[in-house]
Ligand binder design. Structure first.
Ligand code: ZN
Length: 225
């Protein structure tokens, strides 16, 4: 068993992934609904704090930073610390395949603060926004939105604006200045593990940005493109 401390504080114990988890992670239906990762986390988290019977409900209750942290550590204990990526250059005139080697031990981890709810006053309108962290339930709702955008990702974290539930309309009407300030505030209180990978294209020098968990070699090193 492997023991780690979550970005939100509690200690967890993990077991390695097996063939059962690989089956889950290759099931397209479960991947689309987001349930594949939830089931894998519930299977492989042997203990979370005092809880020794971790269910998918417990996994959905977890903050998103904790969830991604566990996924990265699970990858490490099951498949090793090194991830080889072959991102394709986003420059359409180039499209060169690059090669990056990432050591998962090097990813920065930020602990969560004590607060679980935040009140932010928008600089332009002066309206008060009450919001929370992203968790598994919210991730699942986001996965069900057919065309998720910045607004949906923001709205899903907002409990109320001046005491009223947020709507698409309130967010669409919010000034760009207020939206940018709110987005920055949400980022400021975020925590967890930073899985952003960046490099310059070896052929043309264009910036390449990706997220580790978006690359197939993160969980399936044998199927590198
Ligand atoms: Zn390039």
């Amino acid at each position: 068993m492997y023991t780690f401390v979550l970005p939100s504080g509690p200690e967890i114990e993990l077991r390695e992934m097996t063939g059962a988890e690989e089956e889950l992670l290759t099931n397209q239906r479960l991947i689309r609904s987001g349930d594949a990762v939830n089931q894998v986390l519930a299977n492989c988290i042997v203990r979370m704090g005092e809880n020794e019977e971790v269910s998918t409900k417990d996994v959905l209750d977890m903050l998103s930073g904790d969830r991604l942290f566990v996924l990265v550590r699970l990858r490490q204990v099951s498949l090793g610390d090194e991830v080889e990526l072959d991102p394709v250059c986003p420059n359409t005139a180039c499209r060169a395949k690059n090669h990056i080697l990432v050591d998962l031990n090097d990813l920065p981890v930020t602990p969560y603060g004590e607060e679980r709810e935040f009140v932010f006053t928008l600089p332009g309108s002066g309206r008060k926004v009450r919001f929370v962290h992203l968790d598994g339930h919210k991730e699942k709702r986001l996965a069900q939105i057919s065309e998720p955008n910045i607004s949906s990702a923001m709205m899903i974290r907002i409990l109320e604006i001046d005491g009223a539930a947020p709507s698409k309309k309130t967010l669409a009407e919010m000034s760009m200045r207020d939206r940018a300030a709110l987005r920055a505030e949400m980022l400021r209180v975020d925590a967890g593990i930073d899985t952003n990978v960046e490099c310059d294209c070896e052929s043309c020098g264009a910036r390449i940005r990706t997220k580790l968990e978006a690359e197939s070699s993160f969980l399936f090193p044998q199927v590198r493109s």
